[in-house]
Design a binder for this molecule. Structure first.
Ligand code: BYC
Ligand code: FE
Ligand code: FE
Length: 467
C-alpha cells in the first residue's frame, strides 16, 4: 500500500505513521466513494498527479480512474537554518515538532484547514451531471482530487505530530458532512450548497481564493512542517483559482455575445446568464468568503501571530514591522446606535483583516479583467465587488445590515431589497434550467464561451474524460 502513496516524508521507513495511515486510508476511500463525485468514479479522467516536488516531477498527466488517484504526501524541501521571522519568537530557529504550549492552537488551525478540503468535494459532488463540456468536467475532477490530497496533507500532520488526538481528529474529518444539520463542516461557507456551475466558478474564484490566502499565512508558520505542506498546496491551488476566474470570464464573454444578438439585450431569450444574475452570485460568494477570514478584531488572530503560528500575506516581503506590537488598524464599524464610528484595532488583533485586504486587492484585479471583456464588447454594464460590510455573518459588520455600497440600513429594508442583491429562488431556478450536460467531445454549452486553450497543451476538443 505505501508504495502507492507518493511521498517525500520517508513513509517507507516511518512505521508509526504507516500504521496510522493504514487505518485511515480505507476510511478515506470509503468517504470518497460515498461523498466524492457522483456517477463518474469508473470513468478515465485526464488528471495531473503530484509524484515529487521538483518542477518536472510534480505535474504528471495521464488517464486515471478517480478512486485509483495516487493521493500523495508532499512538503517542499526544508530551507536550511530557517528562522522564525515574525511574532514573539522572531529570530529563533523554526520548530520541527509541536511546542507543547501551542499544541491546542496548532491542532485547531490544522483541523479547520483540513475540514474545508473534503467539505468542498462534498459540495461539488453532483456537478458532473450538468457539466458544460468535457474540458470543464475534467477541471472539476482535478480540483476534487487535489482537495482530497489537501486533506491528506493535513491528516499527515495530525498523524505525525499529534498522536492519539490527532488520529481522532483525522477520523472526524471524514465524519462531518457539508450542510448536515447535526454534524456540519466547521466553517459556514463550506455548508452552503453549490448548486450549479456559476456557483462552482464563483466558489473556486472566491472561496478557493480564501484558501490561497489562509495557506499563504500558514506558509509563514514557525511550525516548519505546516509551512512546507501549505507551500506545496499553494502550487496546486493556482489551478483552482484559474478555473474560477476564467470560468466566470467565459460566462461574461458569452453573455456579452448574446446581448449583442438580442435586440433588447435580454439574454434569457437566448439561453444566456444575465449579467445581473452573475453580479448576485458575486455578491453571495464574495461575502460568504470574507466570513472565512474570521473577525476583523480577533484575539485568536493576535495569539496566532504572536506565537508565530500564522503570519500575514508574504510577511517577509510586504511588511517591515514583524512584531506588530505598536500601531493600529483604523476601521469604521457600527456602534450600538447603528452609526459608523472609527475604531482603532491594535495591529496584532487586526491580522485577519490585513489578510483580507490582500485578498480583496486580488479579487479587484479579477473584476477588472471581467470588466475589460464587457468594455471590449461595447457594453456599459460593469461588475463590482460589494462592500466588505455587505451580507456578513462573522465579524464586526455581522450585527447590522448594509447595502452592497456599504450604507447601513434597517433589517426590513435589507429584507425587502435583498432580491436585487442576492440570488432569488427564481434566479437559481433559471440558472439551473440552463444546466444540461454536454458530454460530446469538443462541444460546449450555450451559456459559456469555450476556453482559450486546453490542458497541458492538449487541444480544446481533447477527450478529457473517457466515459
Ligand atoms: N464560520 O477570532 P475569530 C480552503 C469562529 S479555505 C464559523 O473571529 P479566528 C479551501 C472561530 O472559530 C481556507 N465559525 O476568528 C477553499 C471562533 O470560535 P471560538 C481554510 C467561525 O479564530 C475552497 C470564533 O468564531 N483555512 O482552504 O481569528 C476549497 C471567533 O473567531 C468562522 C483556514 O481557515 C466562520 N467563517 O479566525 C477547499 C485556516 N470564522 O474559538 C479549501 C485555519 C470564525 O470562539 N483557520 N469562526 O470557539 C484559521 O486560521 C482561523 O480559525 C479562521 C478564524 C481564519 C477560520
Ligand atoms: Fe484545498
Ligand atoms: Fe482549492
Amino acid at each position: 500500500m505505501f508504495e502507492k502513496i507518493p511521498n517525500n516524508v520517508n513513509l517507507s521507513e516511518n512505521k508509526r505513521l504507516q500504521r496510522a495511515l493504514e487505518q485511515w486510508q480505507p476510511n478515506f476511500i470509503r468517504w470518497w466513494m460515498e461523498m466524492g463525485p457522483e456517477g463518474f468514479q469508473q470513468d478515465e479522467v485526464y488528471l495531473r498527479t503530484a509524484i515529487s516536488v521538483d518542477s518536472n516531477g510534480w505535474a504528471q498527466f495521464d488517464y486515471v480512474k478517480m478512486p485509483d488517484y495516487r493521493w500523495g504526501i508532499f512538503l517542499v524541501p526544508a530551507e536550511p537554518d530557517r528562522k522564525i521571522h515574525f511574532g514573539d519568537h522572531i529570530g529563533e530557529p523554526v520548530w520541527n515538532d509541536v511546542p507543547g504550549e501551542f499544541r491546542k492552537e496548532l491542532r485547531r488551525i490544522i483541523v479547520t484547514q483540513g475540514d474545508t478540503e473534503p467539505a468542498s468535494v462534498e459540495q461539488q459532488r453532483l456537478l458532473g451531471h450538468t457539466t458544460p463540456s468535457l474540458y470543464d468536467l475534467r477541471n472539476l475532477f482535478q480540483v476534487n482530487v487535489e482537495e482530497g490530497r489537501h486533506l491528506w496533507a493535513m491528516v499527515y500532520l495530525l498523524h505525525q505530530f499529534f498522536g492519539r488526538d490527532g488520529r481522532e481528529e483525522a477520523e472526524d474529518l471524514l465524519t462531518r458532512r457539508s450542510g448536515h444539520k447535526d454534524t456540519p463542516r466547521i466553517l459556514e461557507a463550506f455548508n452552503k450548497p453549490v448548486r450549479d456551475w456559476l456557483a462552482f466558478f464563483a466558489f473556486t474564484m472566491f472561496t478557493d481564493r480564501d484558501g490561497k490566502y489562509q495557506l499563504a499565512a500558514l506558509a509563514e508558520s514557525a511550525f516548519d512542517p505546516l509551512a512546507r505542506s501549505t507551500k506545496f498546496m499553494l502550487t496546486e491551488e493556482a489551478h483552482h483559482l484559474f478555473v474560477g476566474e476564467t470560468g466566470i470570464a467565459r460566462i461574461v464573454k458569452r453573455t456579452a455575445e448574446l446581448m449583442k444578438l438580442s435586440p433588447n439585450e435580454d439574454v434569457t431569450e437566448l439561453g444566456g446568464i444575465p449579467l445581473d444574475i452573475i453580479q448576485k452570485y458575486i455578491n453571495e460568494w464574495f461575502s460568504a468568503s470574507l466570513d472565512l477570514f474570521g473577525s476583523e478584531d480577533s484575539s485568536n488572530a493576535a495569539t496566532f501571530f504572536g506565537a508565530g503560528l500564522k503570519g500575514r500575506y508574504r510577511e517577509a516581503e510586504r511588511y517591515s514591522d514583524h512584531l506588530a506590537l505598536e500601531g493600529s488598524y483604523k476601521l469604521e464599524v457600527p456602534d450600538e446606535n447603528g452609526h459608523l464610528v472609527e475604531r482603532s484595532i491594535p495591529l496584532r488583533r487586526a491580522m485577519n483583516i490585513q489578510l483580507q485586504d490582500a485578498y480583496i486587492e486580488d479579487c479587484e484585479r479579477a473584476l477588472r479583467r471581467w470588466n475589460e471583456i464587457l468594455e471590449k464588447a461595447g457594453l456599459s454594464y460593469r461588475l463590482k465587488l460589494p462592500s466588505q460590510r455587505f451580507n456578513r455573518r462573522i465579524g464586526v459588520f455581522s450585527s447590522h445590515y448594509f447595502t452592497p455600497e456599504g450604507k447601513i440600513i434597517s433589517e426590513s429594508e435589507f429584507k425587502s431589497r435583498s432580491n436585487q442583491w442576492l440570488p432569488t429562488q427564481e434566479d437559481y431556478a433559471y440558472v439551473s434550467s440552463l444546466m444540461t450536460p454536454v458530454y460530446e467531445r469538443g462541444k460546449i454549452a450555450n451559456w459559456i464561451a469555450p476556453p482559450t486553450r486546453g490542458i497541458n497543451q492538449k487541444p480544446i476538443d481533447f477527450e478529457y474524460v473517457r466515459r
